[in-house]
Design a protein around this ligand. Sequence first.
Ligand code: IPE
Ligand code: IPE
Ligand code: MG
Length: 249
Amino acid sequence: MTEGIDMTRIPEHIAIIMDGNGRWATERNKPRSYGHQAGVDTVRRITSECVRLGVKYLTLYTFSTENWSRPSDEIAALMGLVLTSLEDEIFMKNNVRFRVIGDIARLPQEVQNKLHETEEHTAKNSAMTMVVALSYSARWEITKAMREIIAEHQLDSSSFIQPEMITEDVISRHLQTNFMPDPDLLIRTGGELRISNYLLWQIAYSELYFCDTYWPDFDELDLHKAIGSFQQRQRRFGKTEKQIENENK
Ligand code: IPE
Ligand code: IPE
Ligand code: MG
């Protein structure tokens, strides 16, 4: 089952752009929402498999800021799915902590309540943290972080913010993802070769993996292939191959 992957070098954080639900459904002459429903089943399967492999953080791009421009019936179907698919039982069974990132205030109140409830109920689970990015975009996140940094300094009107107060660390701490490490591996399904405003700051050194498989068809084996590809790469972070080899001795 896990042939071909090194269980001692599993990426700690995997981020996924789950794309292709609509095309998957259209190919079957079904409404797009049918594809989103099928996508939820994939989320379940991939979440359990990540827990089994020992992944610590799984960050799933579920609905982007730009997705608010979709037809209203598709948005409603997606919101409905968020509501019905957040079952405590599944998180408890897998010992998974649930977290949400994004501009949650834009979501229907009922959905917001469900999200917060699920976060609370699962807060003590420790096998893996599953993060769902909802109404999220990286530019929104970075803009919000900048505003917060400035606003915090203005609380005390005697202290103006100094340029050197803005450091990479300060910015990271004001991002939605401040409770987790950056992704080691970013997977995009569905064949498109773009990032679509996802985790732009955090993927500075992530390994990227693109596959044509539509999200509803993405299975454990596809996940293993992505992890296998990740494990064949040498992450150099600007250094030379030799330096990295010496460090690993
Ligand atoms: C990804 O699938 C899920 C969401 C963006 C909500 P799409 O709905 O983008 O599917 P395609 O790209 O149209 O096939
Ligand atoms: C990106 O998918 C967002 C999610 C997967 C939630 P899209 O399908 O909306 O991305 P673009 O618009 O094709 O780049
Ligand atoms: Mg798409």
